[in-house]
Design a protein around this ligand. Sequence first.
Ligand code: ZN
Length: 242
Amino acid sequence: MATYRDEAVVLRTYQLGEADRIINLFTRQHGKVRAVAKGVRRTSSKFGARLEPFSHIDVQLAQGRGSLDVVTQVETLHAGLLGGDYDRFTAAEVLVEAADRLVSEDGAPALPQYRLLLGALLALADPQRSAAGIVDSYLLRSLAVAGWAVTLGECSNCGVVGEDSLWFSPQGGGTVCARCRPPSSARVDGEALEHLGALLAGDWDVVSATSQPTVNRCHGLVTAYATWHLDRALRSLPFLQR
Ligand SMILES: [Zn+2]
């Protein structure tokens, strides 16, 4: 069997039979890959623990005959990203679920999405950074890479700028003006706009200086925006505590 080597993030794992596991990987060079890891549920397995969700690994795979490749070697690049912290675990769940949804084509590389996901997972290991902030920033940036960049500071419908465009509509693509706004849109103020812009740019100095009520309000807006564009609610998102 032909083998190949790649760097990957483990998205999900599923039990297969008595001792095997199916591993959904997001690889750097081959996009999403589904592989079987044989015997990993036996206590004697040498790489079972390296294939836990959210792990960053160096992996060697053998091309299978069907849609499943076979894991033949695994080395850990970053493990234990999350410790036992519930907030960070649920945040990582949101990240991998969104990445799984946004990268659909199996086998096609999606390097910008890979970099965003890995960066966000590594950021979750830093206790100074808020888990919700990492998720909100990741969602806005990964949606932008996927072609759904949020509009901020002008009306996404008619283009008018400034004071008139301080409403936010998830289905409208971001900020909208008083004339174009659909009934479900929410009012935003200058601080919220600045915070959303900083999340999109990854400007952590601005993000960490934002007041908590605005952070919470923007988290709601980002969640609504991501949910709308990802077609249906991310199953893991409601578990992420504000
Ligand atoms: Zn307008």
